[in-house]
Design a binder for this molecule. Sequence first.
Ligand SMILES: NC(=O)c1ccc[n+]([C@@H]2O[C@H](COP(=O)([O-])OP(=O)(O)OC[C@H]3O[C@@H](n4cnc5c(N)ncnc54)[C@H](OP(=O)(O)O)[C@@H]3O)[C@@H](O)[C@H]2O)c1
Length: 274
Amino acid sequence: MSEHAPLGTAVVTGASAGLGKIYADRLARRGHDLLLVARRGDLLEDIAKTLRTKYGVKVQTLVADLGAVDDLERVAQAVAADPAITLLVNNAGASTLAPVAQTSAAQMQTMLGVNVNALTRLSHAVLPAFKARNRGTLVNVGSVLGFHTLPISSIYSGTKAFVVAFTRGLQDEVTGTGVKVQLVLPAATATDIWELSGVPMTTLAEGTIMAAEDCVDAALAGLDIGEAITLPSVNDAALLSAFTDAGAKLFTASQTGKPAARYSAAALPLAAAA
Ligand SMILES: NC(=O)c1ccc[n+]([C@@H]2O[C@H](COP(=O)([O-])OP(=O)(O)OC[C@H]3O[C@@H](n4cnc5c(N)ncnc54)[C@H](OP(=O)(O)O)[C@@H]3O)[C@@H](O)[C@H]2O)c1
């Protein structure tokens, strides 16, 4: 009998609450052993105990502040060194929703550290082994605020836009290999993140908030059908193709090597008047 679960070990960051806690449940139910990462070790231990009993899988916990460089490096090295790891869900996220001038430097650093730096470092930690084995799945959790910015989401949206660009680049890197990279872009979902962000869920428009279980189940369904980008709450999938096609067209149109005609001296009203 194999020492490891046939599906291997899934690492879930931010597994102590919200979407990560549901990911942990669903992946254990599928037969993955788990490595759960977050700061609140007591919550992780409770979850680990429940999942071991419920599904008979092995569950390890790793208490770490992914916004702290030393802790992040410890997690990255543990993940890079474990040959049983076949799946990483970069789910941990931090959000302060406020204008930049009303966001503390610490809140800003936390968003950049957890949403950008940790997600990048941990992707970097698993990919060499995944590529060498030609097997492995990376799931990066972004947000619909990665392609839309509100006056209170400049930093958060910026971090999630990074997740979009970075993850789409990784998808191109692994094309033609056995490695899968999925970008998950949830819209408003019922978790603690709202209260923590300073915008309670009660202030959101009725009917716009998804249950965390529905969000993760849709994201995993998207993974199962081979989607590169999963928008759990978007019905019209053609909107995503139109959006990505428009981005590609705009990029192609930028490859002219010359200022556009509207910037020529003759086209500028002030120059014409002078
Ligand atoms: N809920 C939404 O409406 C929504 C929408 C779009 C995208 N998302 C994204 O979905 C992901 C999950 O968010 P959620 O809604 O489930 O949020 P959540 O309920 O607040 O959970 C966040 C998780 O991340 C962990 N975490 C936060 N800071 C951390 C740090 N410094 N080090 C280690 N772990 C840390 C938390 O654990 P500890 O506190 O124990 O460390 C917790 O387990 C995030 O990437 C978020 O940006 C959420």
